[in-house]
Design a binder for this molecule. Structure first.
Ligand code: SAM
Ligand code: 2KA
Ligand code: SF4
Ligand code: MG
Length: 222
């Protein structure tokens, strides 16, 4: 069973797949506690907040309400909604609190490409063909550590930064937890702050890394 906060179709606004039409599946629950997290409504997984899938798909605001669904039910919902995107982004919350092997393999069998957005603090359990984006969370209040096996599985590292110390922390992480050759490194300014954005531009130019600017926030879309 998957605890689902919301499902919607939009344009991927972050990372390597920026601009690609995508179905987002946002899972409920995250104990990492990033103070600047833009989806804090997904942190708590309370029984009291459980709703039907029929109500979940009609949600408009950011609320902690969630629905319990199987992988097959999610696929059925995709066809009911008549989505056209073939790229599925599994995010949260922290999606890797769930075993995503059955879900991602089923999606591939149905012709979808899958991507997981994760903090790297839980074991990544997914199909070998899934694109894994690790956005490492270092020294956050929840006390979780970034896992070396998550870093080694990553196809993309997308690091949120606001200050030079965040770049230094990424450098230290990359030296203790190596990534595969060819893994793309993106820097993502935290909350569109102008100074964070300028720092990310400067470091990306120096290092030949990629800039990820949360396009959806500039466009004011979901
Ligand atoms: C909300 S998280 C959910 C997935 C997973 N828990 C994670 O942290 O990767 C999705 C992405 O949004 C990023 N993010 C969250 N809040 C942000 C903010 N205020 N500014 C920039 N990026 C943010 C995260 O770093 C992550 O890359
Ligand atoms: N458009 C859009 N792109 C996104 N990329 C990652 C997101 C996320 O919340 O994980 C996100 C999101 O919430 N919306
Ligand atoms: S790990 Fe992701 S969902 Fe959890 S608090 Fe941090 S940014 Fe938010
Ligand atoms: Mg988001």
């Amino acid at each position: 069973m998957l605890a689902i906060n919301e499902i919607f179709e939009t344009i991927q606004g972050e990372g390597v797949f920026t601009g690609v039409p995508a179905i987002f599946v946002r899972l409920q629950g995250c104990p990492v506690g990033c103070p600047w997290c833009d989806t804090q409504q997904t942190w708590a997984l309370n029984d009291d907040d459980q709703i039907d899938p029929a109500q979940m798909i009609l949600k408009t605001g950011d609320t902690p309400a969630w629905s319990s669904m199987t992988a097959q039910q999610v696929l059925q919902l995709f066809s009911q909604q008549q989505y056209t995107a073939k790229h599925v982004v599994i995010t949260g919350g922290e999606p890797c609190m769930f075993d995503l092997r059955e879900f991602t393999t089923l999606l591939h069998q149905q012709g979808y490409r899958t991507q997981i957005e994760t903090s790297g603090t839980f074991e990544v359990r997914c199909d070998p063909a899934t694109w894994v984006t690790v956005s490492p969370k270092l020294d956050m209040p929840g006390g979780y550590e970034v896992r070396a096996d998550a870093m080694a599985r990553a196809n993309e590292i997308k690091h949120p930064i606001a200050m030079q110390k965040h770049v230094d922390a990424l450098d230290a992480l990359l030296s203790r937890c190596p990534v595969q050759e060819g893994t793309t490194i993106c820097l993502q300014p935290i909350s569109q702050r102008p100074r964070a954005t300028q720092l990310a531009i400067d470091i990306c130019r120096q290092r030949n890394w990629r800039l990820s600017v949360q396009l959806h926030k500039y466009l004011a879309i979901a």
